[in-house]
Design a protein around this ligand. Structure first.
Ligand code: S6P
Ligand code: ZN
Length: 186
């Protein structure tokens, strides 16, 4: 028997291919708690897809020592003056870090520590982002085309969405005269 095999997944450009790739989408109706302008939100259809994620989970969730891989595709658009963005989360095991690598489009990686200090890094093709443990992370598409980035994170990291769903980030990213700007979340 040959000991040389095909890889279990491949990435052609920005497309992840393979039988074990799992895909989810997040629609506006799943994200009503994250956007502030509820009037603008209700002008848009709840089944509008805001982002999609293709992931490869080669080991069981919560396995210590494993790694997961995924690609996120955020569509361009705004709700009021807020860019289309991900839910955002802390890792449930707080000290677990993550890498992001941008493939196409323009965006912003919004980061917040446990003291609720918020800052952001610009994302563009080739940008590499190290997200330390204990830091919540959310991405927003600030351009006119799809923002695609890959991520690598520990298989035992888990996701805490509830903290962000309840309290948000301390700053929100809005378009001010077409410029992405972080302002206080009041
Ligand atoms: C997982 C990693 C990404 C996000 C994806 C969607 O730890 O950070 O794969 O899951 O970008 O964001 P969210 O906040 O909806 O999980
Ligand atoms: Zn994460």
């Amino acid at each position: 028997m040959s000991t040389i095999t095909e890889p279990r997944i491949t990435q052609i450009g920005k497309e992840l291919k393979g039988a074990l790739v799992e895909r989810i989408d997040r629609k506006l109706g799943d994200l009503t708690d994250i956007f502030h302008d509820k009037g603008a939100l209700h002008q848009l259809p709840p089944d509008r897809v805001i982002y999609e994620v293709a992931s490869y989970f080669p080991v069981q969730h919560d396995t210590e020592g494993g790694l997961f891989y995924g690609i996120t595709y955020i569509h361009p658009g705004v709700v009021g003056n807020e860019y289309f963005m991900t839910k955002g989360h802390f890792h449930r095991v707080r000290n677990r870090g993550e890498y992001y690598f941008t493939m196409e489009g323009e965006g912003m990686l919004i980061l917040m520590d446990e003291q609720r200090k918020t800052w952001a890094e610009k994302m563009y093709p080739g940008s590499v982002h190290y997200i330390p443990g204990h830091v919540a992370h959310r991405t927003a598409n600030t351009g006119d085309t799809v923002l695609s980035f890959s991520a690598v994170w520990p298989s035992d990291a888990g996701h805490d969405y509830a903290t962000i769903s309840e309290d948000g980030f301390s700053k929100i990213l809005v378009s001010q005269d077409g410029i992405p700007t972080l302002i206080d979340n009041r």
